[in-house]
Each structure stands twice: as C-alpha cells, then as structure tokens.
Design a protein around this ligand. Structure first.
Ligand SMILES: [Zn+2]
Length: 174
C-alpha cells in the first residue's frame, strides 16, 4: 500500500480526474481515520460538502484532506515525543507507568472510534484528536467522564451515548 503522504499528493493533483482524487482521499483514511473509516468519511463529506458528483466541487477534497492532515500531524508529533520519553525512562532504569497510550495499543487509527458512521463528534478532527491525546497523557483516571465530550456516567468500554465515541477502541466496546 502506498504511504499517506504519497496518497495525499494524489488528492491535490489537479491533473487527475476528480473521481480518482476522491478515491485517493478515501485511501488516505485507510492510513488514518480517527473515527474509523466510515464515520470519518461521513464527517468529512458533511463538513466540507463533498458532493456526490465530485466534478461539481473537487476543491472540497482538498479542504477535507487539510483537516485529516492536521489531525495526523498532531498524533505523529505526540507519538515521537512519547517514544523519546519512554527511551529516557528506560535508560534511567525507571519503570514505565501503565497509562493509556493510544498510539501504542490502537495505533494512530481509530483513536476516537465511532461504531455508528452517522454518530460522531461535530467538532473538527484536530480538536477531538488533541483532546483524546491530552486525556491519555493525563493518565487513566478519568473519574467516569468521556474522553471526548466529558459526558458523565461513562466507562472506557462503552460507546458514549452523547458523542458516539468508543474510547476503548475498535472491537473493545460493549
Ligand atoms: Zn462522549
């Protein structure tokens, strides 16, 4: 499979057929889709007004890609920082505390997985991704509040009734 950056370049390539560029944008989501593939596509199509007949507005694809790239950059920079911190702790002979680290256990993908493609947070992807990463960095004690929307009476292994996110990741929710 081609890399995310190579696929993203094709989305912006105006010499390609808009339908081809649309396919490339969907391919980008195989590499990075914070809500899972279907919910992330639903979010992007609604937010950026991606028309069914993409010839009418191919620039919607670029607007959507910009949002995905911004969210992905947040995850990548945090993952690098986390790996460096872990190496330092190991070098110092310290035990690494058990905490939620989505880039370890879930990968960059599905960081705020939404099993129902139509039910996902309304905010931009970078905002949601940043909030999940902050919550994970702060540790597992969330006092029963959703990592994304703060909804109370929540637990990691349930789908949030308010925002639709299954914070425990794909396949782990009840
Ligand atoms: Zn929520």
């Amino acid at each position: 499979m081609t890399s995310f950056p190579a696929t993203a370049r094709r989305v912006r390539d105006e010499s390609l057929d808009p339908r081809q560029r649309r396919v490339r944008l969907r391919n980008c989501l195989y590499h990075f889709a914070p809500y899972g593939f279907h919910a992330t596509w639903h979010h992007l199509a609604a937010t950026h007004g991606i028309p069914r007949g993409i010839e009418a507005d191919p620039s919607a694809l670029v607007r959507a890609l910009d949002e995905v790239e911004t969210a992905r950059a947040l995850v990548l920079s945090r993952a690098v920082a986390f790996a460096a911190q872990r190496r330092l702790q190991k070098w110092q002979g310290r035990r690494v505390p058990a905490a939620l680290h989505p880039w370890d256990s879930w990968g960059c993908h599905d960081i705020a997985y939404c099993p129902d493609p139509q039910k996902h947070p309304a905010e931009p992807l970078p905002v949601v991704v940043d909030r999940v990463l902050d919550a994970c960095a702060a540790g597992p004690d969330r006092a029963g509040r959703c990592l994304v929307c703060g909804q109370e009476d929540w637990d990691l292994w349930r789908v949030c009734q308010n925002c639709g996110v299954a914070s425990g990741g794909r396949g782990n929710h009840r």
